[in-house]
Design a protein around this ligand. Structure first.
Ligand SMILES: O=P(O)(O)OC[C@H]1O[C@H](OP(=O)(O)OP(=O)(O)O)[C@H](O)[C@@H]1O
Length: 250
């Protein structure tokens, strides 16, 4: 439609020139009138051409407006409580002591694989307590979306950058809940043929386990509560809390 209007508008001067020339030959139109008419036609054509050229910008604008309306009319998925409790300032801190990992009793160098995002605070504290050779890489997975229940689908967002073939790997997790994340990760990492994989987690919630998963190093076994703080989130919030807290009523 737009193209045909454009073509028609471009062809107008030619059509007018041909028809008017025939009138001039015929004697029913003077050359002066033809020139004046030609000038008028061009003036009428310009606004139509400008409108046609502006059409893509108008369409883009209406799509953008539509998106804005959709954004403003989307209901909030996380409802704030009417009277939220303000958390008091905590003075406690988390301190890791006497950290060591062993592989078949041998003192070999290790390769830490930090599972983003939740483990970044724990891993930062952990790695500074490790004596001896240690290398680190990051892998990013997600399965909780903005809710307190796993979606059951683990999405790999970022793979390792380094080759771990024949390496002594320690996977560093913040929390193990259903176990689905580490189950997926263990299978994924095994494809790279490491020498051994050990699993280290700050928190373990065994009551919620959906799959069997041997865990080698556990900081704390915790009850079935939703945890936030120290890198751990609820809908991407609260990772900055310097302590570990539980979310009520979920
Ligand atoms: O044992 P699971 O039930 O699988 O749960 C554990 C996983 O859930 C959290 O990650 P999340 O998907 O929330 O991503 P995040 O680390 O980026 O917060 C947490 O950091 C673990 O990786």
């Amino acid at each position: 439609m737009l193209a045909s209007v454009n073509v028609l508008s471009d062809m107008t001067p030619f059509i007018v020139a041909i028809v008017a020339s025939l009138f001039v030959i015929d004697g029913s139109l003077t050359v002066g009138s033809l020139i004046a008419f030609f000038a008028y036609v061009d003036k009428m054509r310009s606004p139509v051409a400008a409108l046609v050229n502006a059409y893509p910008a108008i369409t883009e604008g209406s799509v953008a407006l539509n998106r804005l309306f959709t954004f403003f009319s989307t209901p909030q998925t996380i409802q704030e409580k009417a009277n939220p409790v303000i958390l008091k300032q905590f003075t406690h801190s988390i301190k890791l002591n006497k950290v060591s990992f062993s592989y078949d009793g041998k003192d070999e160098s290790i390769f830490l694989i930090v599972v983003l995002k939740g483990s970044f605070v724990f891993a930062a504290d952990l790695i500074r307590e490790i004596k001896g050779d240690v290398k680190v890489d990051f892998i990013s997975v997600s399965s909780y979306s903005d809710q307190t229940e796993t979606t059951g689908k683990v999405k790999l967002l970022k793979d390792l950058d380094t080759d771990i073939t024949n390496k002594n790997v320690v996977v560093v997790e913040d929390i193990i809940d259903s176990g689905l994340t580490l189950h997926f990760l263990r299978d994924h990492l095994n494809m790279h043929k490491p020498k051994q994989i050990k699993i280290c987690t700050l928190l373990d919630k065994p009551e919620r386990r959906r799959v069997e998963l041997p865990v080698d190093y556990v900081g704390f076994v915790i009850p079935d509560e939703f945890i936030v703080g120290y890198g751990i989130d609820f809908a991407q919030m609260y990772r900055n809390l310097p302590y570990i807290a539980t979310v009520e009523e979920y």
